[in-house]
Design a protein around this ligand. Structure first.
Ligand code: ADP
Ligand SMILES: O=C(COP(=O)(O)O)[C@@H](O)CO
Length: 576
C-alpha cells in the first residue's frame, strides 16, 4: 500500500522535487525531469534515459557522474511526453549528440521517437537504443518486442561510461546495443503495487502463490506457482536465464554481472538469502562473477517481487560496467567530483506564440473548446470503466491517462482561445498539452488526432462537413503513419478507419457536418464493440494477447464514446 501522499495526482511531481532537494549536488530540476547539476565534458555525448515514474532509482536516481546526464520523468507508470523528452535532452546536451535510452514500451517509443525528430531538426544528432531484457515478455525469436526491466541499469551504465570516455555518438550507440544484447532478466511477484490514493493494488497474486514473468506495471504474469523456498526461487531465476545465453558466449569461464533486484517490498535480507544461492548456482555453472548488485534498482512502487538480471561481459564491456559512478540511487568506485553547473547555462524550452486567426475561426475555436469540455467530461464519467477494460491485459491506466490528458487539453485550449487563437491553434495547443501532461500511448496518439483535425480546420475558415471529414481522414492517416498500427491490430485505429471512411462518404454526398457525424458515430460504436474478438498485435496488451480476447480495446471504446458525446456540440455549432 502506498500510504503517504498529498493530492495523489501531485505524487510524481512532488517526489521529483523532493528527490532534487535531497540531491542538489547531483541533480537539477528542468521541465520534464532532471539533469546533472554538475558540468560534463564539453562535446561529449549526453545519455538521456526515462520513462514512467514509480520505478526509483530508475530513472531519475540514475542521473549523475558516470551514469545518465538526464532523466525524463513521466507520470506514474506512464511514458513521458515528447515535449518532456525534448526539454530534458536540450538541457542535458553537451554538444556531442544525445543518446535516448528507455524500456521499449509503446508510449515511450512514440514520444521518444518524436522528440528525436525534433532534436535532429534543431541540428542535435540523436539516436535511440531500446532496452529489451525481459525474457518473459516475448520469445527469443521476437526479441525486439521484449520490454525493458532491470536491464535498464546495465545498458544505461555501459552507454554512460562510454560517453564519459569521450566516445562518439555512433560508438556510444554500439556500446548500448551490445550491452542490451548481452543483458537478460526474469522476474516474479507475490503481490501487486498500489498507486497513491487507489483503493486496491493494480493486481493480486493469490495467497501462497507466485506470479512468474510479469511486468513492472502490473501487467499480469505468464504463469503461476506455489511460492518456493528462497533457494528454489534462485534455481527458477538462474535456470531460466541460463537457458538463454546470448550468442557467442561459452558458459565455462564466462564473466557475468548478476543483478538481484527487489521490486519494492522484498527486504534486503531476503534478497541476500536468495543471492547466496544465485551466486552458488552461477559458480557451479562455471561462471566468473563480476561486481554483482543486490538491492532495489528498478522498482514498481510497493510491488512485492524480485528479478534477476545477468549482464554477460567481455573485455570491452567489463571496464564500462566497473567504471566509477555517483548518482543518487547508484554508486560505484569513486569519481573525481565535477564542477557545479550554473543553472543559467542550461537551455530551457519555452512556450509557442499564438498566430493570427480570422473572426470565423475564432468563433469555431469557441466550439472546439466546448467540444473539448464534453470530451473531458465523457472521459471523466467513464474513467473507471476504461481502467477496468485496460486492466484485463494492459496496465489499467487508460482511464486515468485519458482523464489527465483531456483535462489538460481543455485548460490549454482555453488559454489559447483567451489569447485570440483560431481553431487550428486551439487544437494544436490542446493536443500538445494532452501529450505533455498525460504521456502514454494515448497521449501521443491524441496529440496527433487533435493536431491533424486542427490542420484541416485551419485558422481562417468556418466549419463545414467537408472540412470536418477531411480533419478525421487526416487524423486517420497521421495516426497510422505515427503509431504504425494497422486495421485489426486491436487499437483505436480499428475505430478511426471506419469512422473516417463513413464520415468522408457522408460529406461527399453533400451532407451537413452534423448529419455526417451522427451516422458515422454509429459505425464507430459498432467498430469499438467489434474489437472484442481481436487479438492485440501492438501496445501493452500484446504480451497477454489471449487474455484480451472477449474484452474490447480500451482506446477504441474511449474514442467511440467521445465521438458519440460530440453530437450535441455539433448540433449547437450548426445552429449558430
Ligand atoms: N500503435 C498504436 N497506434 C494507435 N493506437 C494505439 C497504438 N498502440 C496502442 N494504441 C491505443 O492506445 C490504447 C492504450 O493507451 P494507454 O492507456 O495510454 O496505453 P499505455 O498505458 O500502454 O501507454 C490502446 O487501447 C490502443 O487503442
Ligand atoms: O511504463 C512505461 C511507459 O508505459 P507506456 O505504455 O509506454 O505509457 C515505462 O516508461 C516505464 O514506466
Amino acid at each position: 500500500m502506498t500510504r503517504l501522499f498529498n493530492d495523489p495526482s501531485d505524487f510524481p511531481e512532488e517526489a521529483r522535487l523532493g528527490l532534487v532537494a535531497a540531491h542538489r549536488d547531483k541533480l537539477m530540476a528542468v521541465p520534464g525531469g532532471v539533469v546533472r547539476s554538475t558540468r560534463s565534458q564539453p562535446g561529449s555525448v549526453a545519455v538521456v534515459v526515462g520513462g514512467g515514474s514509480g520505478h526509483y532509482p530508475t530513472f531519475a536516481g540514475l542521473v549523475g557522474q558516470g551514469l545518465a546526464h538526464g532523466a525524463v520523468m513521466g507520470n506514474l507508470f506512464c511514458s513521458p511526453s515528447a515535449q518532456q523528452v525534448y526539454s530534458v535532452a536540450k538541457a542535458a546536451n553537451n554538444g556531442g549528440g544525445v543518446l535516448l535510452s528507455f524500456g521499449n514500451y509503446a508510449g515511450d517509443v512514440l514520444h521518444f521517437g518524436e522528440a528525436r525528430e525534433r532534436l535532429i531538426a534543431d541540428g542535435i544528432p540523436c539516436e535511440i537504443v531500446l532496452v529489451t531484457d525481459d525474457v518473459a515478455s516475448a520469445p527469443l525469436a521476437e526479441i525486439d518486442k521484449r520490454r525493458g526491466i532491470a536491464g535498464d541499469l546495465t545498458v544505461f551504465k555501459a552507454a554512460a561510461a562510454a560517453a564519459e570516455k569521450g566516445l562518439s555518438l555512433e560508438e556510444v550507440v554500439q556500446v548500448a546495443k551490445e550491452a542490451n544484447r548481452c543483458t537478460r532478466s526474469f522476474g516474479v511477484a507475490f503481490e501487486g503495487c498500489t498507486l497513491p490514493g487507489a483503493a486496491d493494488s493494480l493486481f493480486h497474486v493469490p495467497e501462497g502463490r507466485m506470479a512468474i514473468g510479469l511486468g513492472i506495471h502490473g501487467e499480469p504474469g505468464i504463469s503461476e506457482t506455489d511460492i518456493p523456498t528462497a533457494d528454489g526461487l534462485a534455481e527458477i531465476l538462474v535456470g531460466r536465464l541460463l537457458e538463454e545465453v546470448p550468442d557467442g558466449i561459452r558458459l565455462q569461464g564466462a564473466r557475468v554481472a548478476p543483478i538481484l533486484n527487489g521490486l519494492g517490498t522484498v527486504k534486503y535480507e531476503e534478497l541476500f538469502v536468495i543471492y547466496r544461492k544465485v551466486d552458488e548456482l552461477l559458480q557451479d555453472a562455471g561462471l566468473i562473477i563480476v561486481e554483482p548488485d543486490v538491492g532495489e534498482l528498478v522498482t514498481s512502487l510497493d510491488m512485492a517481487g524480485v528479478s534477476l538480471t545477468l549482464f554477460w561481459l567481455d573485455k570491452d564491456m567489463e571496464p564500462l560496467w566497473t567504471a566509477a559512478a555517483d548518482a543518487p540511487g547508484y554508486r560505484k568506485g569513486s569519481v573525481t567530483p565535477a564542477q557545479a553547473l550554473d543553472p543559467a547555462e542550461v537551455e530551457v524550452v519555452t512556450q509557442d506564440e499564438i498566430p493570427e486567426a480570422s473572426d470565423a475561426s475564432r468563433k469555431l475555436a469557441c466550439g472546439v473548446v466546448e467540444a473539448l469540455e464534453v470530451l473531458a467530461n465523457t472521459v471523466n464519467e467513464n474513467c473507471e470503466m476504461l481502467g477496468q477494460i485496460d486492466a484485463v491485459a494492459g496496465d489499467g491506466d487508460h482511464g486515468i491517462g485519458m482523464q489527465r490528458g483531456s483535462r489538460a487539453a481543455l485548460e490549454a485550449a482555453k488559454e489559447a482561445l483567451n489569447g485570440g487563437a483560431g481553431a487550428e491553434t486551439v487544437l494544436q495547443w490542446a493536443g500538445k498539452r494532452w501529450s505533455d501532461e498525460a504521456g502514454g500511448t494515448s497521449g501521443a496518439i491524441w496529440r496527433v488526432i487533435l493536431k491533424a483535425m486542427g490542420e484541416s480546420l485551419g485558422n481562417e475558415k468556418p466549419l463545414s462537413g467537408q472540412r470536418l471529414a477531411a480533419g478525421v481522414v487526416n487524423a486517420r492517416q497521421q495516426v497510422m503513419a505515427f503509431g504504425k498500427a494497422e486495421l485489426g491490430d486491436k487499437t483505436l485505429v480499428d475505430v478511426l478507419v471506419p469512422f473516417a471512411d463513413a464520415l468522408a462518404w457522408e460529406a461527399e454526398q453533400g451532407q451537413e457536418a452534423l448529419a455526417c457525424w451522427e451516422s458515422a458515430a454509429r459505425i464507430a460504436s459498432e467498430a469499438a464493440e467489434a474489437t472484442r474478438q481481436l487479438i492485440p498485435r501492438v501496445g501493452r496488451a500484446r504480451p497477454l494477447a489471449e487474455k484480451s480476447v472477449g474484452t474490447p480495446d480500451a482506446g477504441s471504446v474511449s474514442l467511440a464514446l467521445i465521438i458519440q458525446a460530440l453530437i450535441p456540440v455539433l448540433k449547437k455549432c450548426q445552429a449558430n
